[in-house]
Design a protein around this ligand. Structure first.
Ligand SMILES: Nc1ncnc2c1ncn2[C@@H]1O[C@H](COP(=O)(O)OP(=O)(O)OP(=O)(O)O)[C@@H](O)[C@H]1O
Ligand SMILES: [Mg+2]
Length: 349
């Protein structure tokens, strides 16, 4: 198990800065996802950790040892790519053992490790097949096994599930998670899918335009995003401008809401409030309007089976409310929204 650290790593390609002074501290045995939109620098970061690219400034450390000058083949990292070209004329076994064969590993050791790894990735019944006779998920497992058999201290995966269909992606995610936990191998997983990152990772590093925007556990990222950009990328649907009044009330264009006190924000501050759509109670509007309840009207409804989304117009703002579909409210209905203070998160920008 290896701890991986990036200290003030910057990468420049000519005059273009792809990565700006990133600090990242990956614990040994941890699974970290690098998450961000296309072109934000995920692959570049991974390539620097692997040694395929060197940082312009800053250092990369494995267990506190500076590896910046250590060549790829001596870093003992394993890489799994999106396009994991298997050798079509070799069987599953031969494909997996290839890395060891070219290194001249003794046949008996290859056999032992092959049996071990084939068991780990559950490819026993396919070991004599050729790639063309495998499904996408099975091929992906061969690609992972091919990397794992070399016993890397750090495993890196660059969008390895991108060309699998949705159902298979889900299965492969669970497979990778279980495998990683069983082997306890420090793993860095690149993806631009926030659901994939949250499902897989112990912690997620969100990268925008070469900057590390936030590095946190999935739940913290989801509930307490550091900025509107992170909230938006993590799929928050209701982000509204507001003004803080006192330390436990916000004033929005559609009403006032109670909030929990947050560090570093003072009365009168202009903020953005994230209202998690699954944290809002929706009721038919009856009786007197109460303070801190928001009046609105359902203008659209999207039924997803287990859950249902209501689009509720509150003054000039549309708020999305997600509920379980045990009951259904109708479009056109006047409703009242109850948004508990602990479901509201404030950001300054
Ligand atoms: N060798 C290179 N020379 C010049 N620019 C490069 C080079 N490699 C990457 N870049 C640029 O650096 C930026 C980051 O690229 P990178 O491949 O790391 O993005 P990414 O986050 O992996 O994107 P994607 O999700 O599309 O794979 C991009 O703007 C890219 O064009
Ligand atoms: Mg990439």
């Amino acid at each position: 198990m290896t701890q991986v650290q990036l200290r003030q790593v910057r990468k420049q390609f000519g005059r273009f800065t792809a990565i700006e002074n990133i600090d990242l501290d990956i614990r040994s045995g941890e699974l970290v996802a690098l998450l961000g939109p296309s072109g934000c620098g995920k692959t570049t970061t991974l390539r620097m950790i692997a040694g395929l690219e060197s940082p312009t400034t800053g250092g990369i450390f494995f267990d506190d040892q500076d590896v910046s000058e250590v060549a790829v083949q001596d870093r003992n990292v394993g890489m799994v790519f999106q396009r994991y070209a298997l050798f079509p004329h070799m069987t599953v076994e031969k494909n997996i053992a290839f890395g060891l064969s070219v290194r001249g590993t003794p046949k008996s050791e290859i056999k032992t490790r092959l049996d071990e790894i084939i068991d780990v990735v559950q490819l026993g019944e396919f070991r004599h097949r050729f790639p063309a006779q495998l499904s996408g998920g099975q091929m992906q497992r061969v690609a992972i096994a091919r990397t794992l058999i070399t016993k890397p201290t750090v495993l890196m995966m660059d969008e390895p599930l991108a060309n699998l269909d949705t159902k298979l992606r889900g299965e492969m995610r669970r497979f990778i998670r279980t495998l990683q936990q069983r082997l306890g191998i420090t793993t860095i997983f690149v993806t631009h899918d926030q659901v994939e990152a949250m499902e897989l990772a112990d912690r997620v590093a969100v990268i925008f335009g070469g900057h590390l925007a936030q590095f946190d556990a999935p739940e913290a990222l989801y509930r307490h995003p550091a900025s509107v950009d992170v909230a938006d990328f993590m799929g928050a649907s209701n982000i509204v401008p507001a003004t803080l009044s006192g330390d436990d009330t916000i004033i929005t264009s559609f009403g006032t809401l109670k909030v929990n006190r947050q560090e570093g924000m003072s009365s009168g501050a202009k903020v953005y409030a994230m209202l998690r759509n699954e944290g809002i109670d929706i009721h038919a509007a009856e009786g007197e309007a109460a303070p801190h309840l928001i009046d609105g009207r359902i203008v659209a409804r999207d039924f997803f089976g287990a859950s249902v989304n209501y689009v509720v117009e509150c003054g000039d703002t549309r708020i999305i409310v997600t509920e379980q579909s045990r009951r259904l409210l109708d479009v056109g209905m006047d409703v009242r929204l109850d948004i508990a203070a602990e479901r509201i998160w404030l950001m300054t920008g």
